[in-house]
Design a protein around this ligand. Structure first.
Ligand code: SAM
Length: 275
């Protein structure tokens, strides 16, 4: 059996008696035209290694394999083992399967010292913690092409002065170039979720902040956006107040929502310098 001869995703789900489980955030993309589009946006191909989280019935997995890439897929729901083993058998050794919680796996071990790209239609319940793990942990992906609820993509891509700008956007944009590349309406999924989705592509910056700076950045943004309507001199009181803000070259009367990424990095540096 080759990839071309696999049954349709709907037929494969039926043949294995599988259905979507809410507890695992399962909303499937059964239209291969959409999964192929995501694979194209991921810009991967022959010779690349892709780590995919949550393959489920394997629609995105098939599209990634069609590009010629090698894929390691991490799935928490053991029910998908027989179905995904059929895809692996058709992929001629280019699909490795790991049945585990993606929050617990060590991607550095999976990548084995070579670059690897992350591509995923992320489970809604763990999407943000996974992203933070990939951007602030010890292992850096070559690129990330990720589908989230649209509201999360807004939070990732919006900048100072925009409604959804907050902690997540600061951490993502301090570590990556972020671009929203596709919108997907809820009806594209089976079963349809309550909200629309979008795909964001992230390219890690060569000058990514050190883990010490990222820890400081997370501490500062948690305090600043924890009270986003307050002036920085009040929200950052416990971390150094006016003195810290002036040392970072910022206005103590400004609010978190107007401070740029560079401004937050300056605050993180000023906080580190005072310790
Ligand atoms: N990639 C498939 C698609 O596009 O049709 C399925 C996407 S579905 C939104 C999310 C998938 O992630 C499900 O297959 C779910 O079982 C899996 N999943 C949920 N939590 C997970 C975790 N912590 N680790 C690994 N996989 C997880």
């Amino acid at each position: 059996m080759s990839l071309d001869n696999l049954p349709t995703l709907r037929a494969a789900l039926e043949a294995h008696g599988l259905w979507a489980k809410k507890a695992f955030g399962q909303h499937f993309l059964l239209d291969l035209n959409i999964t192929r589009k995501i694979a194209r946006l991921a810009q991967v191909g022959e010779g690349d290694h892709v780590i995919e989280v949550g393959p489920g019935p394997g629609g995105l997995t098939r599209a990634l394999l069609e590009t010629g890439a090698r894929v390691t897929a991490i799935e928490k729901d053991e029910r998908f083992r027989p179905l995904l083993e059929d895809v692996a058998a058709a992929a001629g050794g280019r699909l490795a399967l790991i049945f585990d919680d993606a929050l617990k796996v060590d991607e550095a071990l999976i990548a084995a010292g070579a670059p690897a790209h992350l591509v995923s239609n992320l489970p809604y319940n763990v999407g943000t913690p996974l992203l933070i793990k990939w951007l602030t942990g010890p292992w850096t992906p070559a690129s990330l092409t990720l589908m989230f609820q649209r509201e999360v993509v807004d939070r990732i891509t919006e900048g100072p002065g925009e409604d959804a700008y907050g902690r997540l956007g600061v951490v993502v944009q301090a570590t990556c170039r972020a671009q929203r590349v596709l919108d997907a309406p809820a009806r594209a999924f089976t079963p349809p979720p309550k909200v629309d989705s979008a795909v964001v592509r992230l390219e890690p910056r060569a000058d990514r902040p050190s883990s010490e700076r990222l820890d400081a950045l997370q501490r500062i943004t948690a305090a600043a956006f924890g009270q986003r309507r307050k002036m920085l001199r009040s929200s950052l009181k416990a971390l150094g107040g006016e003195e810290l803000i002036v040392a970072a070259g910022l206005d103590p009367q400004a609010r978190a929502e107007v401070i740029s990424i560079e401004g937050f990095l300056a605050l993180a540096d000023a906080w580190l310098a005072r310790r």
